[in-house]
Design a protein around this ligand. Structure first.
Ligand code: ADP
Ligand code: MG
Length: 323
């Protein structure tokens, strides 16, 4: 089973950012209203996620570290129509098999919490602890037992950059939840609960860029597109200020990117990028999810329709502002 966990880890976990993604998703699934992330050395030394969600009962702790023991649904034909992120019960056991892992948890009604340590897959006996309710996961020394994977990790600044991008991708749209990010004990971001996306963006992007953002509001039959797109004057040679969501889930998608590029055609050079946050809401039957455990790649059944809708949504927004 240990080797299976390690193999699964290869699928689910590639680097600190992918660990972070899994842990934040678990906190979201647990109904947390506050999520704190601490990185050390960009996550290479440690990744820590603390939430105030429902917690894990004492008798379920070991189970949470067992492969395919998800407390969430186990069969579903349509990923985008389910409301939880986790579905395979694979993340925690995988991560714990390739790190020095600590899981502490306390449901609200349980007076004390419990802590379990897992050393590269070896589960240690749990012990009682005092802690606030919620769950606290610490991942130390990722891949220290697997040199072949360790080798593929980049420098702390690079891993930090990726982890921050993952954090933002998850945190930006969940405006009802408080998010904090610390890196080497320094506060990087603090988003308050109920703070809207524009206000969150003012904390991550320069003022002059945020002030170039225009609201997208587009509806065409069964496709709804909302979000923000920058006026061409703020266009830059960096592509990391584009956040895409399909039915509220962060996605990576070339079709959407090329539709965005198309909308800016003539206003933008080939190596330049606008700033865009796009929320696409479409009927689940129009989108096919490639169920890869780590990435969320989508395939649209009516590519042309989606492409044109996105292009139009942005073009309309840009035209309205130049009148
Ligand atoms: P999945 O999310 O696919 O169910 P995971 O390996 O990510 O699988 O987590 C295993 C189980 O551990 C979850 O089903 C859940 O019951 C529990 N769990 C993990 N993280 C948390 C958390 N932050 N709060 C509450 N329960 C959690
Ligand atoms: Mg999960």
């Amino acid at each position: 089973p240990e080797i299976q966990n390690q193999i699964a880890a290869g699928e689910v976990v590639e680097r600190p950012a992918s660990v972070l993604k899994e842990l934040i998703e678990n906190s979201l699934d647990a109904g947390a209203t506050s999520i704190e992330v601490n990185l050390k050395k960009g996550g290479l030394e440690s990744i820590e996620v603390i939430d105030n969600g429902v917690g894990i009962q004492e008798q379920e702790l070991e189970l949470a570290l067992t492969r395919h023991a998800t407390s969430k649904i186990t069969y579903f034909p349509d990923l985008l129509s389910i409301s939880t992120y986790g579905f395979r019960g694979e993340a925690l056991p995988s991560i714990a098999s390739v790190s020095k892992f600590t899981l502490k948890s306390r449901p609200k009604y349980q007076e004390i919490g419990f802590e379990i340590n897992v050393k590269f897959g070896q589960i240690q006996p749990k012990k009682p602890i005092t802690m606030p309710y919620g769950t606290h996961v610490i991942v130390n020394e990722l891949f220290a037992n697997i040199p072949a994977r360790l080798k593929f990790l980049k420098t702390p600044p690079t891993e930090k950059r990726r982890s921050i991008q993952t954090f933002l991708k998850q945190a930006l749209p969940h405006t009802e939840i408080e998010f904090k990010l610390f890196s080497d004990k320094q506060e990087i971001f603090h988003f308050y609960a109920q703070e809207d996306i524009l206000s969150r963006l003012t904390k991550i992007w320069p003022k002059h860029i945020v002030s170039c953002l225009e609201k997208i509001n587009f509806q065409d039959d069964n496709i709804q597109i909302t979000g923000l797109a920058s006026r061409p004057e703020s266009i830059q040679a960096r592509g990391d200020r584009i956040f895409l969501y399909v039915n509220k889930r962060p996605v990576q998608d070339k079709l959407l990117l090329s539709a965005i590029k198309k909308a800016y055609e003539g206003k933008i050079l080939r190596n330049e990028f606008p700033q865009v946050i796009l929320f696409l809401d479409i009927p689940p039957e129009l989108v096919d999810v490639n169920v890869h455990p780590a990435k969320l790649e989508v395939r649209f059944s009516e590519e042309k329709t989606i492409f044109n809708a996105v292009r139009k949504a942005i073009q309309n927004t840009l035209e309205a502002t130049t009148l």
